[in-house]
Write a protein that binds this ligand. Structure first.
Ligand code: ZN
Length: 237
């Protein structure tokens, strides 16, 4: 260990050692994003979630089957074609690899993907109801459009994966998708921004449900979403 590096080192296969060290900051960012979700109170009772962050064009870090109390060294390195390159996944996590890799394949600029069963977003998923963009935080964190619903398919199955791929293609600017009868999938440039978006989506779902008792949520004034989309496009270009 180099003096003052402050980093925990552990034995790694030679082929992946360099890459693993290069991912140290991504590992830390992903763990911080996981903690932020618990702090924000957007997790379901089970605490179920899986988070990933892109390393490069061919691989990403993935939580191994739990997120509560996760440490940077617990994250596995997985290739986009589903091979575990480093670390270990619980069997349930192996099933969800494709749910993450399909997003990285379809969206080259996506740097992080988060899946949870956040209660209010999941209520929309269970109702198979798209979640409209009607709150300021959703606008601010880049989801200036309705969150579409991916039809149900067994987790990790070809049907579920094709469903996600179809929605990504049909809604090329969405950063979130509800998984019917299951939960929510959000994606963004990095773990922190993606966690912020998830919190905004969950808050919006909660507000929609609360507003139903008051006669129902209403849309932004005409043209508001288009204006935000235009400014997002300007920043991105
Ligand atoms: Zn799930």
């Amino acid at each position: 260990m180099h003096e003052g590096s402050g980093e925990q080192e552990r034995p790694l296969p030679a082929a992946f050692g360099g890459a693993a060290m290069a991912t140290t900051h991504v590992r830390n960012d992903l763990v911080e994003a996981a903690e932020a979700l618990f702090t924000a109170g957007v997790m379901s009772h089970s605490g179920h979630a899986n988070l990933s962050a892109r390393i490069d064009e061919e691989s990403f870090l993935l939580t191994p089957g739990f997120v509560r109390g996760i440490r940077p060294e617990d994250l596995a390195v997985v290739s986009l074609d589903g091979q575990v390159l480093e670390g270990e996944l619980r069997s349930v996590s192996a099933e969800i690899i494709t749910m993450h890799s399909i997003v990285y394949r379809a969206r080259p600029h996506v740097g992080a993907v988060i899946h949870t069963h956040s209660p209010s977003a999941t209520a929309f998923a269970v109702a198979n109801r798209p979640l409209p963009c009607r709150t300021e935080p959703m606008l601010r964190f880049g989801q200036a459009e309705t969150v579409p619903v991916v039809p149900w398919g067994p987790r990790g199955s070809d049907v579920a994966v094709r469903g996600i791929a179809d929605v990504l293609e049909r809604y090329p600017t969405t950063s979130a998708a509800l998984l019917a009868n299951h939960g929510i999938l959000v994606f963004g440039p990095d773990p922190a921004a993606t966690a912020h978006l998830l919190v905004a989506v969950e808050e919006s779902a909660e507000a929609e449900i609360a507003a139903a008792a008051l006669g129902g949520a209403v849309d932004f004034p005409e043209g508001a979403l288009e204006a935000v989309r235009a400014s997002i496009a300007r920043v991105a270009s």
